[in-house]
Ligand binder design. Structure first.
Ligand code: ADP
Length: 608
């Protein structure tokens, strides 16, 4: 980094600090100014009082000095005590703000970034560095230390200036002190640079280890995994892996502490020599009668304080420069752009719902992969059509839906909505025209109504209607609090557990509640019992109404109701048409899939 870049980085980080943690910064400055200044009050007044007594000053002067010492100490102490609890609350809030910032960033990121392992590693590393006190946290520490040390320097200089200008103190003594101070600073700078290098290497090595450790901890603590870990006796394997990771990290930590100690040793020695030199000089001056008894104690405190504070300011400045590497990484995470948000066109709100979608020569590779998940897909479908997407596992069906919903943008080609590239539309508005139930949908541990509406408040009547259409009516009637019933027990101990099939019905109700012109269902009945499946399919046309319905299904019998069927194979649409046409061609893939399934049902029947 060049010097200009360092300055730019520092300015940006300070702005960020001020923007997000303003209250904390204000209380912190107040607290550390008064905390650093207040020991100087007794130092100054005790020297004055000793001098008063020594010089035989009038009692009124002594009493005034005592009163001032007590009064000012009391005032300073009062301010520190007043600020302390507020500072502590503001300090706790900084952690919450930090968590909130990370959550906000994750929510605003485009889907492909969330999936990217590089970004996951970066996020984990930056969070760990925050956790261990780098990036903005180091900057906070630097600001705090500098506020404190600059206050100490100002107070020490104010109280010891008479020492530096006094003709009683020999010039060689003063120059010697300054020379020793410069040597101390140089040694300090060199040692800090070396020890920071050791630290950086340590954190580089530990970032992957820590991420692995977090992942293993998640396996142990996440209730979703507990059934499999128990049934397959995985506990010992996982626990010993965690131990292994911890041991590796501890060994590295121990090695770093040892290296750190060796590297910093010269710094400690030189600093002690400097303090020793200052004491010798002061003792020599007092023997020679160059200063009063009261002044000696004052100068001892102030000069030692000055030496320490100057060294610490230099060290802090150096550490803050070294911290810029961490800040650069911190900002690189928060600066990850969301390319999905480029479009600004409004999605035309058509009362007639006349939308049509076209895939034109669309090909797609997942980020960081070399193979095409979709190859040269060309398809056009209109509102009101019922479209089925079929094909073997891994043939590209879900990817096709993800592209349509703009979770990813095509690598080549374009997708058009009413003739306009979907990238040009406002992203949030475009999202509004799709109701999707993915195979791996997630329900939240909120109330049933909130799960259906995907919002904190909802229209209870509409929720009930959608649940009924999704086949959840009987179960709904049995719920103690209706739509207000909590799912799972994370937020409410009376929350209910639901089966996979029931969860699928709730997810379907969620899609119906959104009431978008497109309804997309990825294996909508895979977890349903045969009766529920039959009910859903028989009322499918009523459920979807005039909407365009796209659904991925392995149950080819259900495709018979569709206007068009797309057959995917190795990322390409190899066949397209109605059920009767496709099945009549015995060389088609569709026929192969259909016969395989039909055979299975026939054999099943024979067995019976
Ligand atoms: P289908 O829905 O037909 O089972 P998918 O569309 O899920 O198939 O997958 C198509 C291909 O893309 C598969 O080879 C799959 O391994 C790959 N794929 C799916 N998701 C990802 C992903 N997030 N990253 C990389 N490859 C993926």
């Amino acid at each position: 980094m060049t010097f200009r870049e360092h300055i730019k980085m520092e300015r940006r980080a300070l702005k960020e600090l001020w923007h997000h943690h303003r209250t904390y910064v204000i209380y912190m400055c107040l607290f550390f100014v008064f905390q650093a200044a207040y020991p100087y009050i007794p130092t100054y007044f005790s020297a004055e009082i000793i001098n008063n007594l020594y010089d035989g000053a009038p009692i009124s002067t002594i009493i005034t000095n005592v009163a001032l010492a007590v009064g000012l100490t009391f005032l300073c102490h009062g301010i520190v005590r007043f600020v302390q609890p507020r500072l502590s609350i503001a300090h706790n809030n900084t952690f919450k703000t930090e968590d909130w910032l990370y959550s906000k960033k994750a929510m605003e990121m485009e889907y492909s970034s969330i999936e990217s392992s590089d970004i996951a590693l970066l996020r984990s590393r930056v969070r760990q560095e925050s956790h261990f006190g780098f990036n903005l946290w180091q900057l906070l520490k630097t600001v705090r230390n500098n506020v404190s040390n600059i206050t100490r320097i100002v107070c020490s200089l104010a109280l010891s200036i008479s020492f530096f200008i006094s003709s009683g103190v020999p010039l060689f003594g003063k120059l010697g002190l300054v020379g020793l101070l410069i040597i101390t600073i140089v040694v300090d700078v060199l040692c800090t640079a070396k020890s920071q290098k050791i630290s950086n290497r340590f954190w580089d090595e530990c970032s992957t280890i820590n991420m692995m450790s977090d992942k293993y901890e998640e396996l142990v603590n996440n209730y979703g995994y507990s059934m499999d870990t128990r049934l397959y006796s995985m506990e010992n394997g996982i626990l010993s892996r965690i131990k292994e990771i911890d041991t590796t990290e501890n060994k590295k930590g121990l090695k770093r502490s040892f290296q750190w100690m060796i590297v910093n040793f010269p710094k400690v020695i030189v600093a002690d020599i400097l303090k020793f030199g200052a004491y010798i000089l002061l003792i020599w001056c007092s023997i020679k009668g160059a200063m009063s008894v009261g002044d000696i104690t004052k100068y001892v405190v102030c000069i030692v304080g000055l030496i320490e504070a100057v060294s610490q300011v230099v060290r802090n400045t150096q550490i803050s420069f070294l911290n810029h590497t961490y800040l650069e990484r911190y900002f690189s995470y928060f600066d990850i752009p969301n390319n999905m948000y480029q479009g600004s066109l409004t999605v035309e709100k058509r009362m007639d719902n006349e939308y049509y979608v076209e895939f034109r020569n669309v090909s797609f590779k997942y980020p960081n992969t070399d193979t095409y998940a979709l190859k040269n897909v060309n398809v056009k479908f209109k509102i009101g059509e019922k479209l089925a997407v079929v094909g073997m596992n891994g043939s590209g069906k879900t990817t096709f839906i993800k592209l349509l919903c703009r979770l990813y943008d095509p690598t080549e080609g374009e997708i058009l909505l009413n003739g306009v590239n979907i990238k040009k539309y406002d992203y949030d508005e475009y999202m509004q025209i799709f109701s999707v139930v993915f195979q791996d949908f997630k329900l939240f541990a909120f109330t049933l109504g909130q799960n259906v509406a995907c919002a904190p408040t909802y229209d209870a009547k509409k929720v009930e209607e959608c649940l009924k259409n999704a086949g959840f009516e009987d179960r709904y009637k049995s719920l103690p609090d209706g739509a207000e019933t909590y799912l799972y027990k994370r937020f409410d101990k009376s929350g209910i557990e639901i089966s996979g099939g029931e969860a699928q019905k709730i997810a379907l109700a969620r899609a119906l509640y959104k009431d978008s012109p497109f309804i997309i269902l990825d294996e909508p009945t895979s977890a349903l019992d045969p009766v529920s499946e039959y009910e859903i399919y028989s009322s499918f046309n009523t459920i979807t109404g005039e909407k365009t319905a796209i659904y991925i299904s392995h149950r080819l019998a259900s495709c018979r109701f569709c206007d068009n069927i797309l057959v995917f194979h190795n990322g390409e649409i190899i066949e397209e048409g109605k059920h009767d046409t496709l099945v009549s061609n015995e060389n088609s893939k569709y026929y192969e899939l259909w016969s395989a399934q039909a055979k299975y049902y026939v054999e099943d029947n024979i067995d019976e």
